[in-house]
Design a protein around this ligand. Structure first.
Ligand code: FAD
Ligand code: MLT
Ligand code: ZN
Length: 610
């Protein structure tokens, strides 16, 4: 899985100004902006030109700067640039359109000399992979200062308060390297008490925070948008108990999913959740995103498997909802609010989860279908004929296969004789080896005779099964390697699902590749548009079309990844105004200052901290 992050392009403006004798604010007009031959930027304000040198910009920014070919077409000028004489952080209004980087953001720094003050201004707005999605930092949030850092060091110890630039760069950057924040602080609490104290303090100071797990989220929810303090509970990774009669596992929320899978395997149980990011994602992150994954068709969603939670609210209150009962009808089931709330209502610190027993017989078939209709019919048949041994039903199209073959090392097509249009993975899990295998083989024979399958292979051992899964699970990585990608995670009725893919191919023509795969057994399409570059013209072809199409078919614009930053403003495509308003009220009740994962999940209009 890629981990090292490259810095986002960062664009700077510099201007100088003199103190106003009357103490009135100064107004500057940005008339034009262009790149200089040396890679710096030239900015003109009120007719004065300043030439900025790229290395000088880099020094002040503290990270590398790459210049766009030209900013000219991207800046609508003139715009008022408003600076007040007594503040170093100037408010300024810029309307920058079509800026290539979805994450443009800079820092500010001021230097004094005898006559004038030079300021490096930051673009205090963020751009992200969504049309018209430009947001501003909530000005009522405080900015981190040295007293805050000292407080955290006293509370957590020096080692758990991270200011190291390299570590921060990674923590500020999401898995896709599409979203980048500029947090100056990463906190690594070791106990619920520490999480509680951190939040209590941040709430009293109005300091915004981002809860972060394994940082494998795909909607920009796990990284700061601006300077939010990052709280990662990866150090809270103890397994607390496993009840070997009921299969109920209780653990801290920082446990890595794969470690839980191995632990349970050793004790004869399985995690009811499995996904491609298992090596990095944390159970707290899984619960907070209500992750779906590869086995939801068998074990259902985390809303069913999670029996209890411990969560810390913004004000530091610890909610002990860590039940281990399958049945408990005493009032509102509040833990459900935290499952899928993406860190916007509290920090999950402990989880209790029901884990099914490990069964001895697992079979995996890798199949080819000539068209989407056959995949769909195959699913109906699989549900009917395999019944309770069916444990996964995944699909990918030939563009997906092409992509993994081209971008992942050591991957080969198990059905190489010709390129098929669609591929399906069917997994069964049961307790009787010969019966299960016979059942699957009979099903496959029937499907082959009925023309639903054009070719197929049954895995002979665990290594072959892993190589089949690698094709499906490696898709997000292959897409990343292929370059910029617009990702959509949609719930759409199975029979309509692939119509959208075909329509997108027609809409986009040769400009981008449309790659489709997903959890067909759960009606969950992963629509990926792999483009040569992030480009607003391409984006305009995709959004809002994809959302409108999904909404028209009564689908969901987030099946399993969440809304994060990417879709916070688009929630209304899947939820009614009344529902969104109620969500806003719940947010306000649990986090009145709005410090928990601001700008995410809910529309920007619902921000707070007054
Ligand atoms: P992060 O990415 O760190 O955070 C995700 C969100 O949860 C953020 O909003 C964050 O603020 C919040 N959060 C994290 N920890 C906590 C906590 N303890 N308390 C409160 N809030 C918290 N997702 C699926 O659903 N199904 C898949 O099949 C799937 N496959 C994937 C495959 C790959 C290769 C990758 C890279 C991602 C995949 N994902 C999938 C997306 C992602 O892995 C999941 O959303 C996962 O659950 C995120 O867990 P995390 O620990 O990495 O959380
Ligand atoms: C998957 O199913 O592979 C994940 O949800 C990730 C993705 O959508 O790319
Ligand atoms: Zn998925």
């Amino acid at each position: 899985m890629p981990s090292a992050a490259t810095p986002a392009p960062c664009y700077f403006l510099q201007f100088s100004f003199y103190s106003s004798p009357l103490g009135l604010p100064f107004f500057f007009t940005a008339t034009t902006i262009a790149t200089s031959g040396r890679g710096g930027l030239v900015a003109a304000f009120t007719g004065r030109w300043e030439l900025l040198d790229a290395s000088c910009i880099a020094r002040n920014c503290g990270r590398a700067v790459s210049s766009p070919p030209s900013l000219l077409p991207f800046v609508s000028a003139p715009r008022a640039l408003h600076a007040s004489t007594d503040t170093t952080i100037m408010r300024f209004l810029f309307n920058i359109r079509n800026l290539h980087s979805p994450t443009a953001q800079c820092t500010s720094k001021c230097e004094e000399d005898e006559k004038k003050r030079f300021c490096w201004l930051r673009f205090d707005k963020r751009f992200f992979g969504s049309a018209a999605a430009v947001i501003e930092r909530n000005a009522s949030f405080s900015t981190l200062n040295s007293d805050d850092v000292s407080y955290f060091k006293d509370l957590l110890g020096e080692k758990s308060v991270v200011e190291d630039e390299d570590v921060l760069l990674t923590a500020n950057t999401d898995w896709m390297r599409k979203y980048k924040g500029s947090s100056k602080l990463l906190l690594q609490p070791k106990s619920t008490h520490e999480v509680s104290q951190i939040l209590k303090y941040c709430n009293s100071r109005c300091l915004p925070v981002v809860p972060q797990g394994g940082n494998t989220g795909l909607v920009g929810g796990s990284v700061p948008v601006f300077d939010e303090v990052i709280i990662n509970i990866g150090s809270m990774n103890n397994i607390i108990s496993l009840d070997k009669v009921s299969g109920i596992l209780v653990c801290e929320a920082g446990c890595i999913l794969e470690n839980l899978i191995s632990f349970l395997d050793n004790h004869g149980f399985v995690m009811p959740l499995d996904l491609g990011a298992k090596g990095s994602c944390q159970i707290g992150g899984n619960v907070s995103t209500n992750a779906g994954g590869l086995r939801l068709v068998r074990y259902g969603s985390l809303h069913g498997s999670v029996l209890g939670l411990e969560a810390v609210l913004a004000n530091g209150d610890v909610l002990d909802m860590l039940g281990t009962l399958r049945k408990d009808n005493t009032g509102y089931d509040l833990k459900q609010l935290f499952i899928g709330s993406e860190g916007s209502l509290g920090i999950v610190t402990k989880v209790s989860i029901l884990t099914p027993p490990k069964l001895s017989s697992v079979n995996l078939a890798f199949l080819a279908c000539k068209d989407y209709f056959s995949c769909q019919k195959l699913l109906v048949e699989a549900k009917r004929r395999l019944g309770d041994i069916l444990s996964a039903f995944e699909f990918l199209d030939n563009q997906s296969m092409d992509l993994v073959l081209n971008h992942l090392e050591g991957v080969r097509n198990p059905l190489p004789s010709s390129m098929h249009n669609f591929y399906v993975l069917i997994e069964t899990t049961g307790s009787d080896e010969s019966y299960d295998k016979e059942k699957l083989e009979a099903f496959l024979l029937r499907a082959m005779e009925g023309g639903l399958i054009s070719d197929g292979v049954l895995s002979q051992d665990i290594n072959q099964a892993s190589s089949f899964w690698r094709i499906r699970e490696g898709l997000p990585e292959a897409l990343m390697k292929a370059g910029p990608v617009y990702k959509y995670d949609l719930s759409i009725p199975v029979e309509k699902m692939y119509d959208l893919v075909e329509e997108m191919r027609i809409r986009l023509g040769q400009t981008a590749k449309v790659v489709a795969y997903g959890h067909l057994g759960d009606s969950n399409l992963h629509l990926n548009i792999s483009a040569p570059q992030y480009d607003d013209k391409i984006l305009a072809q995709i959004e809002p079309y994809v959302y409108e199409w999904t909404s028209k078919h009564r689908g969901s614009i987030s099946a399993e990844h969440g809304l994060g930053l990417m879709k916070a403003n688009h929630i209304s495509y899947s939820k009614s105004p009344e529902t969104v308003r109620l969500m806003g009220s719940i947010k306000k009740l649990l986090d009145p200052n709005g410090i928990l994962n601001p700008y995410k999940v809910l529309p920007q209009s619902l921000k707070s901290c007054h």
